[in-house]
Design a protein around this ligand. Structure first.
Ligand code: DAH
Length: 347
């Protein structure tokens, strides 16, 4: 029986030395130490042994059991460590990858130009004391039209092709102007804020039109706020964005929520006003719509138009980005093409 125990151990040693997974360890443990395992099988014959023999065989088999147990534990620990090493090797992060991306011209990420300019515009307004407000993409008819003095059946609703939801009361906001209404609900005069964000129009897409684009809305209300304030803030904004003093002009423009309403142009930066393809030979580039807030709109915001006045403006900023970086097609902006985005540095 002693020999059987010895040969059992020899066999066990060979097997346990060759295992490579936790499952194999468990199988071996059951095979040797389980109730119907090989050790118990041998111990069954102990009952046929003489008392003398039992005296030595008892402790011997116990010792063997302990040895097998501790070797099984060691094997389990070894396998766990090997598995960790394997995972560490296979999940390794290759930080030199950035270099190879850079070699292919796809390296260091920069802000998307829309984000970069958006942040610059926000910073400029913050430095001039404006708050930054947000509004939902899905708006109600009330915020997008009605409270902006565009009641149902008003022809101005057709100025913007709208994505309506099937309930016909909700829509994807067609402009950031609803932020004006939300801002008036939250602020008492005097206040000034801007609200940047994505807007949506059901339009045919071409080199200068997208169904989704970005605007920034601005509003300032207080006692004696005038067109002079409007021109001052917008001129400052444009000059800071283009890093040079810009010449601006106002033309009359119709928007139901302002009276009087204007279109603000700036002198073309590419030709200096002589006329080129970018300014369509006019010498001036349309920058934004603006005006003095219509008294009815102030009333929708619970502001007394006899006490307060205000200006508002709404500016598309995809065009601004295109002008600033010389991008000739609006579709690049949302193409998701890394070769395009990686040309822009974080500012
Ligand atoms: N919401 C207008 C549009 O998307 C732009 C606009 C014009 C906003 C005049 C204004 C404004 O706040 O005063 O075309």
């Amino acid at each position: 029986m002693e020999e059987r125990l010895e040969s059992l151990y020899a066999e066990f040693s060979r097997e346990i030395g060759a295992v490579s997974t936790g499952a194999e360890v468990a199988t071996i443990k059951a095979e040797y130490l389980g109730k119907k395992g090989r050790l118990n099988e041998i111990l069954k014959s102990l009952k046929d042994a003489t008392p003398e023999e039992r005296k030595t065989l008892g402790p011997l088999s116990n010792e063997l059991k302990q040895k097998i147990l501790s070797e099984i534990d060691e094997a389990a620990v070894r396998i766990e460590r090997e598995e960790i090493d394997r995972r560490l090797a296979s999940e390794r992060q290759d930080i030199s990858l950035l270099d190879s991306l850079r070699d292919r011209g796809l390296g260091s990420a920069g802000y998307h130009p829309l984000t970069a300019i958006g942040r610059e515009v926000e910073d400029i307004f913050i430095s001039m004391g404006f708050d930054i407000l947000d509004g939902p993409h899905i708006e109600s008819d009330y915020y997008n039209f009605e409270a902006l003095n565009i009641p149902a059946n008003h022809p101005a609703r057709d100025m913007q092709d709208t994505f309506w939801f099937s309930d016909m009361h909700h829509l994807l906001r067609t402009h950031t102007s609803p932020i004006q209404v939300r801002g008036m609900e939250k602020h008492r005069p005097p206040f000034k804020f801007v609200g940047p964000g994505e807007v949506f129009r059901n339009e045919a897409i071409d080199a200068s039109h997208e169904a989704a684009f970005r605007q920034i809305e601005g509003m300032m209300v207080g006692e004696g706020v005038s067109v002079a304030h409007l021109v001052h803030f917008l001129k400052t904004l444009l000059s800071e964005i283009f890093h040079k003093e810009l010449e601006v002009r106002l033309r009359p423009g119709y928007f139901p929520f302002v009276e009087p309403g204007f279109e603000l142009d700036y002198k073309c930066l590419l030709c200096g006003g002589k006329g080129c393809s970018v300014c369509k030979q006019v010498g001036w580039v349309e920058a934004l719509g603006c005006g003095m807030v219509h008294p009815r709109v102030l009333r929708y915001g619970n502001i007394d138009p006899d006490l307060y006045s205000g200006f508002a403006f709404g500016m598309g900023w995809d065009r601004l980005v295109m002008m600033r970086y010389g991008i000739d097609n609006i579709r690049h902006l949302r193409s998701g093409d890394l070769r395009f985005v990686s040309q822009f540095k974080a500012y």
